[in-house]
Design a protein around this ligand. Sequence first.
Ligand SMILES: Nc1ncnc2c1ncn2[C@@H]1O[C@H](COP(=O)(O)OP(=O)(O)OP(=O)(O)O)[C@@H](O)[C@H]1O
Ligand SMILES: NC(=O)c1ccc[n+]([C@@H]2O[C@H](COP(=O)(O)O)[C@@H](O)[C@H]2O)c1
Length: 270
Amino acid sequence: MEGCVGLVGSAHNELPSGVLDVPLPLDKLSSQCGSQNCSRLNEQGTKIVVVSTGSFNPPTYMHLRMFELAKDALLSEGYDFLGGYMSPVNDSYGKQNLVLAEHRIEMCKVASSTSSFIMVDPWEARQPTYQRTLYVLDRVQDALNNTFTSEKVKVMLLCGADLLESFITPGVWIPEQVQAIFEIYGVICICRGGQDTRNVIFENDLLYNNKKNIKVVDEQIANDISSTKVRRNLERGLSVKYLIPDEVIKYIKEHYLYTHIKECTNTKFG
Ligand SMILES: Nc1ncnc2c1ncn2[C@@H]1O[C@H](COP(=O)(O)OP(=O)(O)OP(=O)(O)O)[C@@H](O)[C@H]1O
Ligand SMILES: NC(=O)c1ccc[n+]([C@@H]2O[C@H](COP(=O)(O)O)[C@@H](O)[C@H]2O)c1
């Protein structure tokens, strides 16, 4: 497939055996420095690619906004922002009401089709088993640095404040992997729903000790869209226009998603 590279090993951890080779799309990666808010690249001019992991069940305008906020924040700090990936979670994640991965991949693709720099990485969703976020970041980092460019590209995890807070919820993440995510990749965290993310970081030792690896981006224009709220409207037959892209609404209607949650999650895609 043109503009794609396959999986090429892991930076520092062995990937679990049995992983499928799924190409990483590269077609939209390019310096965004020509756009607004790019003052001057910093000394290193570090090239950055962001990866957002999540259910995207379905993708909303806020999921797309997160990439715009990250782009503005990174360019204004002198980094060279190249683009980003939505990585829908594997079906084995087992979250309630998760529609099949192939639907979520397609919805992310149509949602990001109007963006010049947001792409979808289907690797995580297409693996036979659940893949932890650290491995998703490893896969993107390795694929980019081995084939995309001879210059090193830094990959960062893009997330909302709730995901950052889940790092410190006992039993959800493996502490060593959280530490590796901070040290090797770093996190761009978009504030959400009026939560005082800086205070959360201050009050927790793990987050505080890693604060130099967490970029907190303020939500200047509050937008509390969530997939849960969108699904609720769909289940009740209410409008979701202007909450999610029209193309996603069309896809949901064509595939009868979210109106009968049980059928959607158990029906074979296609
Ligand atoms: N309104 C928002 N503000 C900031 N971050 C958000 C927002 N909505 C989603 N995110 C972030 O997007 C990523 C993927 O989110 P996810 O697919 O879990 O969406 P969600 O809307 O939180 O889903 P759900 O409502 O199904 O739990 C996560 O890092 C999440 O924190
Ligand atoms: N240990 C881990 O790597 C770990 C733990 C919990 C959630 N996650 C990820 O965080 C995201 C959470 O998404 P939701 O907010 O939709 O549940 C998913 O992409 C999931 O894979 C990763």
